[in-house]
Design a protein around this ligand. Structure first.
Ligand SMILES: Cc1cc2nc3c(=O)[nH]c(=O)nc-3n(C[C@H](O)[C@H](O)[C@H](O)COP(=O)(O)O)c2cc1C
Length: 202
């Protein structure tokens, strides 16, 4: 008998950076141990189509399930349903604020709140610049409640040559925090000879 798959939720909100969600979804969908579920906010679906050029539903692998933000009866709205992790990528300041103040109004906020109350992994990938004091305070609140803030801030020391290289830097860091790897971004100075030869990646 096959072992049960781990449920993972990826939520897409209306911040710029849909490519991060796209690359992460396509990577996780290949993992046979994961049952992948997507929740998109209204704004998230809009920005995804605007930036990627395809509607989200048409761009998803066959083996993932898509929920709208108003599907309050989705399984993960309840703490009784096992969930390994939730990643909100990209995460707007609006969604971050709702999570920080436990003032959930949609399925994304609710599942995030469930993750926090059940002490489950919640990874927020915010994208906004510049940040005002309220944004920073909300990030601190989220960290204190148990979330991980992993800003969409790609590094450049892996010498990216494409937009995908840049985005994959962030996706690799998300995967690390899901105890996974894609072999894309190796740890800095880990394979020194490779670096000296000018090969990527670090
Ligand atoms: C093209 C576009 C890009 C946006 N980028 C951002 C962004 O990077 N960060 C952000 O916090 N909001 C951004 N917004 C605004 C959010 O989409 C808006 O606040 C929305 O109501 C957030 O709702 P949600 O958190 O439920 O997705 C953007 C909106 C548009 C139309």
């Amino acid at each position: 008998m096959q072992p049960p798959k781990d449920n993972v939720v990826i939520a897409i909100t209306g911040a710029s950076g849909a490519i991060y969600a796209k690359l992460l979804i396509h990577r996780l969908a290949k993992d046979e141990g994961i049952n992948l579920n997507i929740i998109a906010s209204h704004a998230g679906s809009f920005v995804y189509e605007f930036e990627i050029g395809t509607t989200l539903d048409k761009d998803l692998p066959d083996n993932v399930r898509l929920y709208r933000e108003d599907e309050f009866t989705a399984p993960f709205a309840s703490g009784s349903v096992p969930l390994r992790a939730m990643v909100i990528v990209p995460c707007t300041m609006a969604t971050l604020g709702a999570i920080a103040w436990s003032s959930g109004r949609n399925l994304i906020h609710r599942v995030a709140d469930v993750c926090l109350k059940e002490r489950r992994r919640l990874i927020l990938v915010p994208r906004e610049t510049p940040l005002h004091e309220g944004h920073l305070e909300n990030m601190l609140r989220c960290v204190r409640l148990g979330a991980l803030i992993l800003p969409a801030m790609p590094g450049f020391y892996h010498k990216p040559s494409t937009i995908e290289d840049l985005a994959n830097f962030v996706v690799s860091r998300i995967l690390n925090h899901l105890d996974m790897s894609d072999g894309f971004a190796k740890p800095w100075n880990y394979e020194k000879e490779e670096i000296e030869r000018g090969d990527h990646f670090i």
